[in-house]
Design a protein around this ligand. Structure first.
Ligand code: AQP
Length: 336
């Protein structure tokens, strides 16, 4: 709790240009929270997490800035929300290390995301990738978050955060708030346009697999036109038709219709027309975001001021928790 409000923390890694999946599955839900007066929201650019995979320095810096601008362009007001770069708040790394010492190897060994990512990056299975959930626990616990919006894929990480926090509280008393999962209004999971059995991911090497938030309308339409479907040309919402189901899910997330209503809209149409309608709906949804992003790009002073103010605000809350943790453990305070 901060100032009598519940606290919520979320974020994204700056590992590439964010996709329609990140937007519909996370960012759009965060924007909806703008109206919840009784929740104090922290949104991180999770750049420390991003280096578990090797990044090109110039691109990495650019991706992080673009991600921040897109948070704001999508509607997160930096006056009302605390939007910060994780690396601007050293308390994340510091608490991450401390919590490493309160986490067991066996617990990390069970994390399925580690297994998936290790398989994907077999040439770089670093210890950061292994202890990633501990840093995530530090992110959440530093802000005494009551709520964490999570998709199914992140549930295991929230569980481990709760376990670590309970263990620490068990030894030292009530230090950390135990966070709960926050299930947003739409939990759409968007799949790759080229392989609808795989989720759409910003680090996918095939650019046709994802719609990026800054794609122009022609590119959006072209990517939807090429989307992989099946050959029976019958529009139905079914697990057996993952390509078509994905297009309908995207359409529903954008138009707020239910799958049944959507299927009715598409009665009598072929796949080509379906792809065109979904493409149009997505292009229309993203157009204002693109315009706002362009304005922000020209207003460096405003953005830089927001970054600085919010980093200071995040540091204030994070350091408060970190001081408490260090005191409880028994670290010696530096003489004033
Ligand atoms: N395809 C998706 N559909 C719905 N939601 C999604 N999210 C990610 N992909 C989809 C949600 O977006 C947020 C950002 O998560 P992240 O950047 O921390 O990492 P991620 O989940 O690993 O996202 P990516 O795009 O797949 O990144 P890379 O390619 O770097 O691994 C989370 O809330 C996530 O649920």
């Amino acid at each position: 709790m901060i100032d009598g409000k519940k606290t919520m923390l979320s974020g994204m890694q700056s590992t590439g240009m964010i996709t329609l999946g990140n937007y519909l599955g996370a960012l759009k839900n965060w924007v909806n929270l703008n109206d919840e007066e009784d929740i104090k929201c922290f949104y991180g650019i999770m750049d420390l997490h991003s280096i578990t995979v090797r990044q090109n320095p110039a691109e990495f810096r650019k991706n992080a800035r673009t991600l921040l601008l897109l948070y704001i362009a999508a509607g997160l007001d930096p006056e009302k929300n605390c939007i910060f770069y994780q690396s601007h708040v050293p308390a994340h790394s510091e608490l991450g290390w401390i919590l490493d010492c309160y986490t067991y190897m066996g617990e990390m060994n069970r994390m399925t995301q580690f297994k998936d990512k290790a398989a994907k990056h077999a040439d770089n299975i670093n210890t950061g990738l292994f202890t990633y959930p501990v840093l995530m626990a530090a992110d959440i616990l530093l802000y005494q978050a009551d709520l964490v919006p999570v998709g199914k894929d992140q549930m295991q990480h929230l569980e481990i955060t709760r376990d670590i926090a309970n263990r620490f509280n068990g030894i030292y008393g009530d230090v950390f708030t135990i966070p709960e999962a926050y299930i947003g209004k739409s939990g759409a999971k968007i799949m790759s346009l080229q392989d609808p059995t795989k989720k759409m991911s910003k680090s996918d090497e095939n650019p046709n697999a994802s719609i990026y938030l800054l794609d122009d309308k022609d590119t959006i339409m072209r990517k939807f036109k090429r989307a992989v479907t099946d050959s029976d040309n019958c529009i139905a919402y079914s697990e057996d038709k993952p390509g078509i189901k994905n297009l309908i899910d995207i359409y529903c997330a954008v138009t707020k219709k239910t799958p049944d209503e959507a299927v009715k809209d598409f009665t009598g149409l072929g796949y080509g027309q379906l792809k065109e309608i979904v493409g149009e709906a997505v292009a229309e949804e993203l157009a204002p975001l693109y315009r706002r992003y362009d304005e922000l790009l020209k207003d460096k002073e405003y953005v830089d001021r927001a970054i600085k103010n919010n980093a200071e605000q995040a540091s204030y809350y994070a350091n408060k928790t970190l001081r408490k943790v260090k005191k409880k453990i028994g670290f010696t305070e530096m003489p004033r």
